[in-house]
Design a protein around this ligand. Structure first.
Ligand code: PMP
Length: 417
């Protein structure tokens, strides 16, 4: 997919040279969602550094970052307490034959702040977590079928990757699909599972690419719970993207429906590689029976970073800070959009919003707006929800809003006859 933006790259130094080298030794020049081809053409392919809410590309351009590494950066890049904890652990050891005491401390901490969970396991990526959760659900129930929301992202394993190259029908044989908040489609998927329903996986709210975000309807969540209870199936909350940004706990911590398993990643370790699978007492035996492991899953540095991150989220009221920063950005940006004559939707929690230009040319405007914003020092994503961190101070948000105002003015000039 190429971005419909014909402007030449604004950068022609190190980034361009690295792209040429990458083309020779990296398939496609880059792979997955971090390919520059998915962005407007003035976006960099390579970044050099990050500090607080700011990132710098390899050509020295600085941006206010609203992608936060696709979510992990919850306290800002280079957060002092997190880096100190990681450095202290690194001075002892990281990857060894056996786990460190950090794994027990972190399991205790996460179980302690999550109402539904009695145990925790750790892995690296969110995909490890969601895939392991499915395996535990199948081990616990002795059944096979998992119901999955049609357009939700749960990772890049064959059972869930949005790209179908190399995926076989056998990889998806035990997956059935429904639509978010759509009870009839859920009933159909459930019927297709017949007496073989092992579980249902759901994101805490709808945060699919390129469409408005949506809260889960309480009635829909209750139906997910009811179906799992009536079939003895496992309700899995995929909180990889949102976990620890909305609550100091799971994104459903204060909701009246609770999952059996929750899967976490991203924000739990402020950028260090770590994911977590938390579950109920009734699934403990199945979780212990599943052979789930990885060479680096027990590494101590990310766990030390996670302990410090989760502590700092509470001590520094990071959730409150993100909510305030997110609201300031939403209010400023939606006001600017209106004053420049654009019709937009701005959806999702303010800590992880998505703004969409409405109308026939909406998608094109999204790309063009992101391109102009980048030219004015603001790094947004044209299709994916954005992220705010606790390092997005009022001054940073105001600096970003100055950039977006220029970007919207430029976009209005583009659109003028
Ligand atoms: N689930 C959700 C909801 C996600 O947003 C993501 C990553 N964007 C994943 C799972 C997979 O996580 P990872 O990329 O760390 O494998």
């Amino acid at each position: 997919m190429n971005a419909p933006n014909e402007r030449p790259p604004a950068h022609d130094g190190r980034d361009a040279a690295l792209r040429v080298r990458a083309q020779r030794v990296i398939p496609g020049g880059m792979y997955g969602h971090q390919r520059a081809q998915l962005f407007p053409t003035n976006y960099p392919q390579f970044l050099e550094s990050g500090s607080g809410a700011l990132i710098r590309d390899v050509d020295g351009r600085e941006f206010v970052d609203f992608l936060c590494g696709y979510g992990p950066i919850v306290l800002g890049y280079g957060h002092a307490a997190v880096e100190a904890a990681a450095a202290a652990q690194r001075s002892k050891a990281d990857c060894q034959n056996l786990p460190s005491a950090r794994v027990v401390e972190l399991a205790e901490m996460m179980v302690g702040l999550t109402g539904h969970a009695d145990w925790a396991m750790f892995a690296k990526n969110g995909t490890d977590g969601t895939t392991t959760a499915l395996t535990i659900a199948r081990a616990a129930t002795g059944k096979s079928v998992i119901l999955v929301e049609r357009n939700s992202y749960h990772g890049a394993a064959p059972w869930c990757t949005p790209g179908l190259e190399g995926v076989t029908s056998a990889d998806r044989a035990n997956i059935r699909y429904f639509d978010y908040n759509d009870l009839p489609s859920l009933a159909t998927a459930r019927d297709e599972a017949a007496d073989d329903l092992a579980g249902i996986i759901i994101t805490p709210f709808k945060h699919n690419d390129g469409v408005d975000q949506e809260d889960i309807h309480p009635a829909f969540a209750r139906e997910l719970r009811r179906l799992c209870d009536s079939d003895g199936a496992v309700l899995i909350l995929d909180d990889v993207r949102a976990g620890m940004r909305l609550h100091h706990g799971s994104s459903w911590e204060t909701f009246d429906v609770q999952p059996d398993i929750s899967v976490w990643g991203k924000a739990i370790a402020n950028g260090y590689p770590l994911s977590a699978i938390l579950g109920r007492q009734s699934l403990r035996e199945a979780a212990a029976a599943v052979f789930s492991t990885g060479t680096y899953w027990y590494a101590a540095v990310p766990m030390a970073a996670s302990l410090a991150t989760i502590r700092a989220i509470e001590d520094e009221d990071a959730i409150g800070a993100m909510a305030r920063a997110g609201l300031r950005f939403k209010e400023g940006l939606t006001k600017q959009a209106t004053s420049h004559g654009f019709d937009v939707s701005y959806t999702g929690p303010v800590q992880m919003p998505y703004m969409r230009f409405l109308g026939e040319h909406g998608e094109n405007l999204n790309y063009k707006f992101a391109a102009h914003a980048l030219d004015h020092g603001v790094y947004l994503h044209p299709r994916h929800n954005w992220f705010v961190s606790a390092a997005h101070s009022d001054a940073i948000i105001d600096r970003a809003l100055e950039g977006t105002d220029h970007a919207l003015a430029a976009l209005a000039r583009d659109a003028a006859p």
